[in-house]
Design a protein around this ligand. Structure first.
Ligand SMILES: Cc1cc2nc3c(=O)[nH]c(=O)nc-3n(C[C@H](O)[C@H](O)[C@H](O)COP(=O)(O)O)c2cc1C
Length: 215
């Protein structure tokens, strides 16, 4: 069975729209599997401190980082990722981009010398790629032509996850959820309707060796 990590970034925890859509997705691709869930509302990642910045710039390896308290959260979060075959991130849009808790988590896992290297040609990701589902919940529309606001969530997550080697991204959007109960229900239904297409080769029963390619 694949090892699934769900990083849940909404302050609303299990009541969040993004959580609900992610749960529907995970029930589809991995109904019986064990999931490692990291709820950022229950255990917020620390913001980078001066000690963190000083340690990070030295490009500490996993072994060296284990002895540094400033890198303890970072090391644990990176090990979560290393142990994961399927990554799911559920997140609301906050002020056109990711919530601060998710940005803080990314600041911990995108670590020079550990999850990416800098070269004259640019940054090179050091994590292996794996199917990654990203559920975005937004109060307004974010997909053209209905969108009346910019979306920095999808482009930002695409760029920053690419930086550490994660490129197989499958976005699921639940939009226009703050326009009353009917609109929210319609937005959730529309999002759930895209789950099969996003799951693709991972959907049980879809043929072709389901999980074997990723375990
Ligand atoms: C601080 C904050 C900022 C928000 N900014 C936006 C925004 O820029 N665009 C938008 O469409 N919705 C915005 N919203 C609304 C949320 O994206 C919306 O309520 C979403 O459904 C929340 O998802 P969740 O239930 O998964 O937390 C914001 C909500 C909060 C609390």
């Amino acid at each position: 069975m694949p090892r699934v990590l769900h990083v849940a970034a909404s302050p609303k925890g299990e009541a969040a729209y993004s959580w609900q859509v992610a749960e529907a997705l995970l029930a589809r691709i991995d109904p019986d599997g064990e999931r490692l869930v990291r709820r950022l509302d229950l255990a917020p990642p620390p913001f980078p401190t001066a000690d963190f910045a000083a340690a990070m710039i030295q490009g500490q390896t996993a072994a060296a980082a284990a002895a540094l308290p400033a890198l303890a959260y970072s090391e644990a979060a990176i090990r979560d990722l290393e142990a994961t075959d399927v990554l799911t991130i559920s997140t609301p849009m906050h002020n056109f981009t990711v919530p601060a808790a998710l940005k803080a988590w990314l600041d911990q896992v995108v670590r020079f010398g550990r999850t990416f290297q800098s070269t004259p040609e640019g940054k090179i990701g050091l994590l292996r790629d794996r199917p990654t589902f990203i559920v975005i919940a937004s109060g307004g529309a974010i997909t053209p032509p209905a969108a009346r606001q910019p979306d920095f969530v999808q482009p930002y997550l695409t760029a920053i996850l690419d930086c550490i080697g994660i490129r197989d991204l499958r976005f699921i959007r639940a939009e226009a959820l703050s326009r009353g109960p009917d609109a929210a229900a319609a937005g959730l239904t529309a999002a759930r309707a895209t789950i099969d297409a996003a799951a693709g080769d991972l959907a049980p029963g879809s043929g072709a060796a389901a999980y074997s390619a990723i375990t």
